[in-house]
Design a protein around this ligand. Structure first.
Ligand SMILES: [Zn+2]
Length: 472
């Protein structure tokens, strides 16, 4: 094992601590088979004679180690939940991590570069430079985007508000799960709350240092909070298409970092409920991570709907735990106003597992409404097989713009070949149009473009596509 020095949560939460990581994952120059540091500003850290990376935060190589370890450990967690190696959405096996991407108050994942970029900025309020790669919360959130992009690549291509919000929510869930996986954080949570997770703590607060600094960059003292987002919020689900595109931080809007809070509230309450049941924060994280990961595998390949995700997590609980956590899940989703939707599952067993997409196609034709092309077969490490089908059409969204709107279907089978879950989504062209309008009218200054014009259609309409870019 390699010994490393990192913050186990966020620079504003606790001191630098020693941790360990497999040498086979971190290598001698922060280069592993799945994650690798890229840095144009600072020479790359190298391991000492014993394979350790023991830099302190005054050394910029510390940021490289912090970003590497937070990202790799987030991937390890999700590969543990899925019981398999998880793919990236881009070519190649290795996610690039750029801890010093330049000046700015942001961090993002970009599929086209297969990389995470972390920016830095000087905070007047803190009297120091905020380096976003130093926060395990922020790095884990961005790694969560990369993991979800590998699991459901079409989620990155739709303008749909709820799907974009789920991407943000998944990132925050990843940060919560990384937090819970570390003993020092579990101790800090218990010390701060006395075991009552309805009190604010480092699990409920997302992005402490980053949030503290950016919330003090405006002149509104009511916005001053010691975090970017809190999962102890009161937001309840309503159709995001009916909300304003954006709004003040303390209100719910259709903007993805705002609307994600409905899901993260429910997930936080799930973790709190699991902790109440077992009295073990580490176990709560493990169970919550397993349910989230299998649930996400089982939903539509093209669109995230909180109600379908909630239904899939309940199904995952039946499959993995015999349904013993269903009351916890139902209560958490209910409080957040999220319905748990499960489609009726026809009684069906395959005669033999499909070897390829051609063999999977008849299953989609027989068990769905027809027209879906088999796209992928996901084999979860627990023995579940998810077959995904997609059909798409070009939809005019008004204002001379059009987008290719994909409709998805997924079928999940257990190891004996029994159909256990089915989702056919609603293509929601109306939601696509609303989400497209959000991005076209948002000022893109300083941010990477999130969409591009593809070509002119015959009637003068421009076909527009969303680029899989995700911003903090
Ligand atoms: Zn994000």
């Amino acid at each position: 094992m390699s010994r490393v020095k990192t913050y186990s949560q966020d620079p504003m939460v606790g001191p630098v601590m020693e941790d360990t990581i497999e040498i086979s994952k971190i290598g001698r120059r922060l280069e592993g088979p799945r994650v690798e540091v890229w840095d144009q500003e600072v020479m790359k850290a190298s391991a000492d004679g014993q394979g350790n990376y023991l830099y302190g935060p005054e050394n910029r190589k510390f940021d490289q180690v912090q970003a590497f370890v937070s990202s790799q450990k987030t991937l390890d967690l999700f590969e543990g939940y899925a019981q398999r190696s998880l793919p990236w959405a881009f070519e190649g096996e290795t996610l690039g991590v750029g801890p010093h991407a330049g000046e700015g108050a942001n961090a993002y994942y970009q599929r086209s570069y297969g990389a995470l970029s972390f920016y830095y900025f000087d905070s007047k309020a803190l009297g120091r430079r905020v380096q976003t790669s130093q926060s395990a919360d922020v790095v884990s959130h961005e790694t969560g985007h990369a993991i979800l992009d590998g699991l459901k690549p079409e989620f990155g291509r739709t303008f749909d508000r709820e799907t974009k919000a789920y991407h943000e929510a998944f990132g925050d869930c990843a940060a919560m799960l990384l937090t819970l996986s570390r003993p020092a954080n579990r101790e800090a949570i218990l010390a701060e709350t006395g075991g009552d997770l309805r009190k604010e703590n480092c699990l409920s607060r997302m992005g402490e240092e980053f949030g503290y600094a950016v919330r003090r960059m405006n002149k509104d003292p009511r916005d001053d909070r010691d975090y970017l987002r809190t999962h102890l919020n009161d937001f309840r689900y309503i159709n995001p298409d009916t909300l304003p595109a954006d709004g003040p931080r303390e209100t719910l809007s259709g903007e993805s970092h705002s609307f994600c809070q409905v899901w993260t509230r429910a997930f936080y309450d799930t973790l709190a409920g699991l902790f109440e049941k077992s009295g073990d924060l580490g176990k709560a994280g493990e169970v919550g991570g397993n349910l989230l990961t299998l649930g996400t595998h089982m939903v539509s390949p093209t669109r995230a709907r909180y109600s379908q995700l909630a239904g899939a997590m309940l199904r995952a609980d039946q499959l993995l735990y015999g349904g013993e956590n269903s009351a916890v899940l139902r209560q958490a989703f209910d409080k957040a106003g999220i319905e748990c939707v499960q489609e009726a599952v026809p009684d069906f067993n395959w005669s033999q597992p499909p070897a390829d997409l051609a063999e999977a196609q008849p299953l989609l034709d027989q068990l769905g409404p027809g027209g879906f092309q088999a796209q992928r077969i996901l084999k979860d490490g627990h023995g579940f097989t998810v077959i995904e089908g997609i059909q798409s059409e070009i939809v005019r969204c008004g204002d001379g713009k059009a987008s290719e709107v994909a409709q998805g279907m997924s079928l999940t089978f257990d190891s004996s070949g029994r159909l256990i879950h089915k989702v056919v989504d609603d293509p929601s062209p109306h939601s696509e149009a609303i989400g497209m309008n959000d991005e076209m009218t948002r000022s893109p200054s300083g941010l990477p473009a999130t969409w591009q014009s593809l070509r002119q259609l015959g009637d003068g309409t421009t076909l527009v596509a969303r680029l899989p870019v995700f911003i903090d």
